[in-house]
Design a protein around this ligand. Structure first.
Ligand SMILES: *[C@@H]1O[C@H](CO)[C@@H](O)[C@H](O)[C@H]1NC(C)=O
Ligand SMILES: *[C@@H]1O[C@H](CO)[C@@H](O)[C@H](O)[C@H]1NC(C)=O
Ligand SMILES: *[C@@H]1O[C@H](CO)[C@@H](O)[C@H](O)[C@H]1NC(C)=O
Ligand SMILES: *[C@@H]1O[C@H](CO)[C@@H](O)[C@H](O)[C@H]1NC(C)=O
Length: 469
């Protein structure tokens, strides 16, 4: 190569980076075949095309992402276990390789999405838990094989957390796992001590199965005396249990395991969290994060308020699903996922965890017949696997916003009714997810560093734009 050739190539190189930078687009759109489909690249221009602009800036960064995922419920595992290995691997590859799931949830003891109720120690008064064993429950044959196979694909950087729906019946003030008095636990120090020890033994038992536990929530939906496995705590009761029993036990046995409070709907997330984080410093010292669910509606302002008052604690969306009636096949189910995930991320959530990873066509099994939808549904007769709109909406986000990505700023000029969130990934790629739930297309320029990339987003669609910075 001579000097002028080198100069020429250098100029090409320079111009390709400064003026014709390429933006990759992946799209899911209702009235097309697009399902996480790569579209033609668009490129940055010096002039804008649209009357509306989405301006992105990474001058300021916000929360760091932990990741996205779903729950290893017994219902999911029972469905998964009925498939042959080819189909089992297909589902796991879709979730843990294609969609990049890096967070998972598992129930400690049974929950409603189990074939029946169980716990790991059924001996009343066994306060030392001498009879505690995974052999006394279902997990060794249900969720554990599925989790192990998932971890093979996801790799070691995986955040798995456990949530109890109910302690064993003999620790409950109503004498059974289903339902709950207020409070749900027998108010006796030996019961509190035993229940705290139970968490520790459960974590050790999973570790012995080569399944590391990253975190726990103290109680699934502590305000709900559900007809299925439940155990009510007021914020003060949860703080008491954490401060005096669970916190010290965990600090002694599993200090690396994160502890999340609340794990219930967004309507009360600020009220409940502030009772503990603001007023109960004896308990707050053991808390790492605040977990919440979507069933009371979007209520993003409540999530934001927790961050604004208590910025040292992470916020994690830990459960969502569409039910009952609609088993997740409707396009609106996908849009509901997209709207909630993007809104939570803009309100400082570090991740978003779906409920059952797969269900049968009825939306189960569920031992109280409370059937729901799931992103993956399986016809166990024909062995057909259905990927619902929620699967693709989840994927438009989880596949691209990788763990350790940082949220960055956007602003919209012009009239644009969309949902959007934007991030910088660890490899310095700018990722922007834009969702249009209107009945007609919208168009806009994405502006970055004074350059504009034009796109028309179809009706009822979601697109992910990414480019190297
Ligand atoms: C921008 O707005 C002008 C004036 O309202 C309108 O004539 C034009 O069609 C718009 N352009 C686009 C791309 O929407
Ligand atoms: C797995 O099951 C599917 C659906 O029944 C079938 O098409 C496929 O051949 C099976 N694969 C193996 C290896 O048995
Ligand atoms: C204690 O647990 C073991 C399993 O580890 C079980 O086989 C046994 O029946 C339990 N003991 C009682 C008294 O239930
Ligand atoms: C499941 O597959 C079977 C066999 O092809 C079919 O008869 C049945 O209608 C399917 N069920 C649903 C809910 O689609």
């Amino acid at each position: 190569m001579n000097r002028s050739q080198i100069l020429f190539l250098t100029l090409i190189f320079f111009f390709s980076f400064s003026f014709s930078q390429v933006v990759h687009v992946v799209q899911t759109a209702k009235n097309t075949g697009d399902r996480l489909t790569p579209k033609a690249d668009i490129s940055f221009q010096t002039k804008k095309t649209s009357n509306t602009t989405i301006t992105i800036s990474d001058a300021k960064t916000y929360q760091k992402i932990y990741g996205f995922g779903g729950a290893f419920t017994e219902a999911a595992a029972v469905n998964w276990n009925q498939l042959n290995e080819t189909l089992q691997q297909q589902i796991l590859r879709e979730y843990f390789s294609n969609l990049n799931y890096r967070v998972g949830r598992v129930h400690i003891n049974s929950c409603d999405f189990c074939e029946s109720s169980y716990s790991f120690d059924n001996i009343p008064g066994d306060y030392e838990l001498t009879n505690f064993s995974l052999k006394n429950g279902h997990d060794l044959h249900t969720v554990i094989p599925m989790i192990k196979a998932a971890l093979q694909i996801a790799g070691p950087d995986f955040r798995l957390f456990g949530s109890p729906w109910s302690p064993p019946f003999w620790m409950k003030s109503n004498g059974q796992m289903d339902g709950s008095n207020r409070p749900g636990l027998i108010q006796d120090p030996s019961v509190f001590r035993a229940w705290a020890l139970y968490f520790s033994k459960w974590i050790s038992a999973y570790k012995a199965e080569d399944i590391p536990i990253w975190g726990i929530t103290i109680q699934n939906e502590p305000e709900f005396a559900a007809p299925w496995e439940a155990c009510c705590y007021t914020a003060d009761q949860e703080a008491d249990f954490l401060a005096q029993y669970l916190g010290p036990q965990m600090k002694q046995d599993h200090p690396e395991v994160k502890i999340m409070i609340y794990d219930h709907n967004k309507d009360d997330v600020y009220a409940y969290a502030s009772e503990i984080l603001g007023k109960r410093l004896d308990a707050a010292r053991y808390v790492d994060g605040v977990a919440f669910h979507w069933y009371s509606g979007p209520q993003f302002e409540n999530v934001l308020e927790v961050h604004e008052h208590y910025p040292d604690y992470f916020l994690l969306a830990t459960e969502a699903c569409v039910c009952p009636g609609d088993q997740g096949f409707l396009w609106e189910s996908g849009e509901k996922y997209g709207y909630d995930i993007l809104g939570d991320l803009n309100s400082w959530a570090v991740g978003w965890v779906d409920w059952n990873m797969c269900l049968d066509m009825q939306g189960g099994p569920n031992h109280l017949q409370g059937y729901c939808g799931s992103p993956v549904m399986i016809n166990q007769t024909s062995k057909n696997i259905f990927y619902n709109p929620s699967f693709y909406y989840m994927g438009q986000i989880s596949k691209f916003i990788l763990p350790d990505s940082l949220r960055i700023d956007y602003s919209i000029s012009g009239d644009l009714d969309i949902s959007l969130a934007t991030f910088k990934t660890p490899s310095n790629s700018i990722v922007t997810v834009v969702m249009n739930s209107n009945d007609s297309p919208v168009d806009f320029d994405i502006e970055f560093n004074g350059k504009f990339a034009y796109y028309e987003l179809p009706e009822h669609s979601i697109a992910t734009f990414y480019f190297d910075k």
